[in-house]
Design a protein around this ligand. Structure first.
Ligand code: ASP
Length: 332
């Protein structure tokens, strides 16, 4: 188990650095009974992010975390990488458009004090995550949507730009000609790839971010789980954080990420909390065999894990000791 492995390595590093080491006895207790989340640091800093593009997101966040910077700054810097990458077809620039050929973006961010900001159904902005952060920092609100979110972004100095790449447009035109204008958006285990990211900084503070262009060829106006605090992302600095990817409607029905964090609060380690939340998603969604949903979670002590419905979901983890891509265990 990746979180266990990094935890053990970090204990060894802690010894070298003169930090307290957990005894074999304490480690055994850790395996037998989930530990209270406030039971001392094990690994810091940590960056955790969904999918293979999470590797570069973690690397972009790392200089901030390594130099003692804030988890919030790290998580924003991290997810801005896939937002700007035209090769990633479900985040930001280059993301698949909706049925009307418009790229509409959802994003949210949450910091260590429980503050949060969100934008949904936002068009023409390269970095929706930074607009979400601005909503959090300069307005009394949590969420702005559509034209209001765009007006706010432009007033805040963000530049308006075209987000539909030639390739995304060609794929959309092909899909429309094969399926017709009245076809429902594809609901299957392939329609995903949102970046969700969680960071734990050297001060032991957690933050999270989630940003996406959403389900490909969705109905115009559709908003998924990714900008919904508690569904696509949740952070509680006393416990841990979680973020989701996959079919957003299924995640919303289970209030997935809030559930993962509450399960960690009850004492479940991150991987088990993710597994139990996937079971809840399955209970609430009779079509679960046709969809993908994956969660990742990071707790206050730097332990992390993930779980998903269908094989194929992976996530990236970076700690002082490792930088890796992990295949999440799956229900199917
Ligand atoms: N969760 C996202 C949504 O439903 C999709 C994804 O994970 O790519 O909008």
């Amino acid at each position: 188990m990746a979180d266990r492995r990094s935890f053990l390595k970090a204990s060894a590093l802690g010894a070298a650095a003169g930090l307290p080491i957990l005894t074999a006895c304490a480690q055994a207790e850790d395996e037998a009974t989930a530990q209270a989340p406030d039971q001392g640091p094990a690994v810091r800093p940590v960056a955790l992010a969904t999918w293979i593009h999470g590797v570069d997101a973690n690397r972009a966040a790392w200089p901030i975390l390594e130099s003692g910077g804030r988890a919030l700054d790290a998580v924003e810097a991290g997810v801005k990488v896939p937002e700007a990458d035209p090769a990633i077809t479900s985040v930001g620039y280059g993301g698949a458009p909706d049925r009307d050929g418009r790229v509409t973006l959802d994003a949210c961010i949450m910091d260590e004090s429980g503050r949060c900001g969100s934008v949904a159904f936002l068009e023409h902005i390269l970095h929706p995550i930074s607009v979400a952060r601005r909503v959090m920092e300069v307005t009394p609100h949590v969420m702005l949507v559509g034209q209001g979110a765009l007006d706010f972004a432009l007033a805040q100095g963000f530049e308006r730009q075209d987000m539909l790449t030639e390739e995304a447009e060609a794929n959309w035109r092909r899909w429309m000609s094969e399926n017709g204008v009245t076809a429902p958006p594809p609901i299957n285990a392939e329609n995903h790839d949102t970046i969700g990211m969680l960071t734990l900084d050297r001060d032991g503070n957690l933050s999270g971010a989630c940003t996406t262009s959403g389900a490909a060829y969705k109905y115009h106006g559709r908003v998924g789980d990714s900008p919904i605090i508690g569904a696509g992302l949740y952070v509680d600095n006393d416990v841990g954080g979680a973020t989701a990817t996959g079919w957003g409607e299924a995640v919303i029905r289970a209030v997935g990420c809030f559930l993962v964090v509450e399960l960690m609060r009850q004492g479940h380690p991150p991987d088990e909390a993710c597994r139990l939340a996937v079971e809840r998603v399955i209970e609430k969604n009779p079509d679960w065999r046709d969809i993908q949903v994956g969660f990742i979670a990071l707790d206050k002590r730097g332990r992390y894990g993930g779980y998903c419905i269908a094989p194929g979901f992976n996530y990236a983890a970076k700690t002082p000791d490792l930088d890796e891509l992990i295949d999440a265990p799956s229900r199917l």
